[in-house]
Design a protein around this ligand. Structure first.
Ligand SMILES: [Zn+2]
Length: 206
């Protein structure tokens, strides 16, 4: 967990967020937001020194570097970049770079393990407390939406999700393989919003 400053993308309130998570709810206005966007929002609008710092970094990155002689980056360097992205919480770019490593070296076990680790990382997890029914848990990873109920563990691949809708505390998820959407009565609107935001992010990133 790493706490960093951010700015609510809806109301503009200054927030402190955990940059290893994907989505959160603003304590000021109750709007669910993408953490990466809120951090960018703070960087762009809230702090001049960060803008100056990133400008300096940009200038340096365009200068000739030691590896400019080699046009193709080595697997080792790509792996290093991937690990940096993963550590900073930028999982979609980390995945992109781990896959570049695997393009060069398909048996690289470090990159393979990392791809599995990122795909199985819990992005959001909520407890469903529908009125008059028993509790269950809904967990989202990059690869799967998992619903654990008294009756069992139901796993839906995120690749099959075609749309996500929410009406107050009822979350509906449409899968390409089914005509009727899956309905998750969350019971409360805030966890429903958190899961809706996280699901939309996963769909947009694939
Ligand atoms: Zn807000």
């Amino acid at each position: 967990m790493s706490l960093v400053p951010a700015k609510c993308t809806q109301c503009g309130a200054n927030l402190i967020v955990d940059n290893t998570k994907d989505a959160a709810v603003c304590e000021h206005c109750g709007t669910a937001f993408i953490i990466e966007k809120a951090i960018n929002n703070f960087t762009l609008t809230g702090n001049q020194s960060i803008i100056i710092n990133s400008a300096v970094i940009n200038v340096q990155s365009t200068a000739p570097s030691q590896d400019s002689a080699a046009n193709t980056p080595s697997a080792e360097k790509l792996l290093l970049r991937a690990e940096e992205f993963e550590q900073s919480g930028d999982f979609s770019r980390a995945l992109e770079y781990y896959n570049k490593v695997l393009d060069l070296n398909p048996s690289d076990s470090t990159a393979k393990d990392a791809v599995d680790r990122i795909n199985n990382r819990v992005i959001a997890e909520i407890t469903l407390t529908p009125f008059g029914s028993s509790k269950s848990t809904l967990t989202l990873t990059r690869s799967e939406l998992i619903h654990v109920t008294k009756k069992g563990r139901f796993v839906y691949p995120t690749k099959a999700i075609t749309s996500v809708n929410r009406q107050y505390a009822l979350l509906s998820v449409t899968l390409s393989s089914q005509t009727k959407p899956l309905e998750f009565p969350v019971g409360k609107p805030v966890p429903a919003k958190v899961m809706e935001t996280a699901l939309i992010k996963v769909i947009n990133e694939r």
